[in-house]
Design a binder for this molecule. Structure first.
Ligand code: SAM
Length: 225
């Protein structure tokens, strides 16, 4: 995936200006990783939106994407990506494909992306959208991502974009040695961002960051519906 906007996308001078303003806002809010900021500056977030909300795409806010789900706030996308500590070629699993925006950010950063979405309607819609936009190359799955993707493990990085009640054990097991898991953990109202680094087969280091509000992670290692 190239770092520029795909040729098929409808992107304008105005959108590019709005992205530059958003990047400056994220910088002021504490995002330091220049590659992450540059990527937020190139991926056309408005093309991952429902048309009714498109004009709000460059606000630093989460918005509805249908099916009771949301596209994460740009700050959250940037913060989680920064915490992952990515570099080209790493294998990353994203749990919660949603709109495909975060997935496209990871592709643009040069990762080998595996992404899984629980909701079939969103999965089908996003698969089509990403193909139309030219964000190809991600391995997209529909299913319970709280169980990870054991057939494709181990992963160098795992990113969970929904709120988990506790650390999902299957995801810990699917981390490579030296691998990093970023996941919001808490109750259904508020969660703390947690970063786990697998230091050895059974050694995991835990760090905690700020509080966030995510939609719930469903499935076997998530919240019951
Ligand atoms: N990363 C997304 C984006 O860039 O638009 C934002 C995702 S939204 C905040 C969280 C997503 O996680 C929703 O689409 C929801 O359906 C999905 N989800 C919830 N539980 C899941 C599970 N067990 N496996 C996979 N996806 C799940």
């Amino acid at each position: 995936m190239s770092s520029s906007v795909p040729a098929s996308a409808s992107d304008s001078y105005r959108h590019r200006g709005q992205r530059r303003t958003l990047v400056e806002e994220l910088r002021r809010k504490g995002i330091r990783d220049e590659r992450v900021l540059a990527t937020i500056g190139t991926v056309p977030r408005h093309l991952f939106f429902e048309q009714a909300f498109e004009s709000h795409a460059y606000q630093d806010k989460a918005f509805p994407i249908g099916e009771g789900q949301t596209i994460s706030q740009p700050y959250t996308v940037a913060h989680q990506t920064e915490l992952l500590g990515v570099r080209p070629g790493l294998r990353v699993l994203e749990v919660g494909t949603g709109s495909g925006y975060q997935c496209s950010v990871l592709l643009t950063l040069g990762l080998q992306v595996f992404s899984i979405e629980y909701n079939r309607v969103l999965f089908e819609r996003t698969r089509q959208r990403m193909a139309q936009l030219g964000y190809t190359g991600a391995h997209l799955f529909c299913g319970d991502g709280s169980l990870g993707l054991p057939a494709y493990a181990p992963f160098d990085r795992i990113l969970v974009t929904a709120a988990a009640p506790a650390l999902p054990r299957p995801l810990l097991q699917q981390l490579a040695i030296g691998g990093v898991l970023v996941v919001p953990v808490g109750n259904e109202q508020v969660q703390r961002m947690v970063r786990i680094t697998r230091e050895s087969a059974d050694g995991f280091a835990r760090e905690e960051f700020d509080e966030f509000r995510f939609v719930p992670l469903r499935g076997a290692a998530g919240w019951a519906e």
